[in-house]
Design a protein around this ligand. Structure first.
Ligand code: ZN
Length: 326
């Protein structure tokens, strides 16, 4: 408890921080064992993994609590699982997708490599996954976020053709070169706009961000890794009457990790404008924002306008205030 207080008291003086926790998959469609073994959970001596169990547990858990969310990625696994479900389970899954509790990111047949593949293959396998999602769950369920956590290095083709040109609003990935990672962490530019096509320019740019704790991978912060493998971290015990009670310590560690991660980006993903007219806008990166406020007034008017804008990206903001007195 003393440790928790030592950490929490100084943190309490800092500006509030909004933390988004995104439960998601990264299910290799082939790595240490075969696709079939990864799906069914056989050959667990090679790698402890069963995607079928993940999807069974996720759907059950989401149905129990409407506030829960989960993001699934690899369509080769999802479609295998979908083909095994009965009508009742399919209906329950459809409801979760319609409500937004279960969402898809990336949505390709797999999370393809970017270094050695031909762009036609990247298009084909992404199309295959997206087509099934659209046919089964409607166009609104097709992913709008690219999720390339594990490919080793990233290509302009992915950023331009398979992201912006494919209707993606954002592209997240983990592994980049060590020098690039070091520079981005030092300059707080772990989030950025990737304008990957010289010919298409701004028409094909995409918001890009590193994943995990910006350590060049997609792992959770230290102490919060509960993946099913050896060496997993302690779970959170919130019962103060037992000797393993650790909730305050875990909370303190989480806040430290969240603050550290926030400090490694210039947080350009969220631009918040606050106006005293009870108008609050949260925008995802329009590079040029034009706000026109027109008021038609009778008799006298006292107008106080306060604009708070926190921004580190080059931004053109035009505020036109037209007052017409009648
Ligand atoms: Zn992987």
């Amino acid at each position: 408890m003393a440790l928790a207080l030592r950490v929490l008291q100084p943190l309490a003086a800092l500006p509030p921080l909004t933390v988004h926790i995104v439960p998601h998959t990264h299910d290799d469609c082939g790595w240490l064992k075969t696709f079939d073994a990864y799906y069914s959970g056989t050959d667990n001596w090679l790698h402890l993994a069963s995607v079928r169990n993940i999807l069974d547990a996720v759907v059950l858990s989401l149905a129990k609590e409407p506030s829960r969310r989960f993001t699934f990625v690899e369509q080769s696994f999802f479609q295998r699982w979908w083909s095994e479900q009965d009508d009742a389970q399919r209906s329950a899954t459809r409801r979760l997708i319609e409500s937004g509790q279960l969402q898809f990111a990336n949505g390709g047949w797999c999370m393809h490599d970017e270094a050695t593949v031909h762009f036609v293959d990247m298009i084909d396998q992404t199309t295959l996954g997206h087509r099934m999602i659209a046919e089964e769950f409607g166009a609104e369920a097709v992913p709008t976020v690219g999720w390339q956590l594990d490919p080793f290095g990233h290509s302009a083709t992915q950023a331009a053709l398979l992201s912006a040109e494919a209707g993606m609003n954002a592209l997240f990935f983990g592994r980049i070169s060590k020098e690039e990672l070091k520079r981005r962490r030092a300059s707080r530019s772990a989030e950025f706009i990737w304008r990957a096509s010289p010919s298409l320019g701004a028409d094909a740019q995409v918001f890009a961000g590193l994943t995990g704790e910006y350590g060049g991978n997609y792992v959770p912060p230290e102490g919060f890794d509960w993946a099913t493998r050896e060496g997993e971290d302690d779970p959170i015990e919130d019962n103060p009457n037992v000797s393993s009670y650790n909730a305050p310590k875990k909370l303190a560690a989480f806040l430290v990790a969240a603050r550290a991660q926030a400090n490694e980006t210039n947080q350009l993903i969220t631009l918040t404008l606050t106006l005293p007219l009870s108008l609050s806008l949260t925008l995802i990166l329009p590079l040029t924002l034009t706000l026109t406020l027109t008021l038609t007034l009778t008799l006298t008017l006292t107008l106080t306008l306060t604009l708070t804008l926190t921004l580190t990206l080059t931004l053109t903001l035009t505020l036109t205030l037209t007052l017409t007195l009648t």
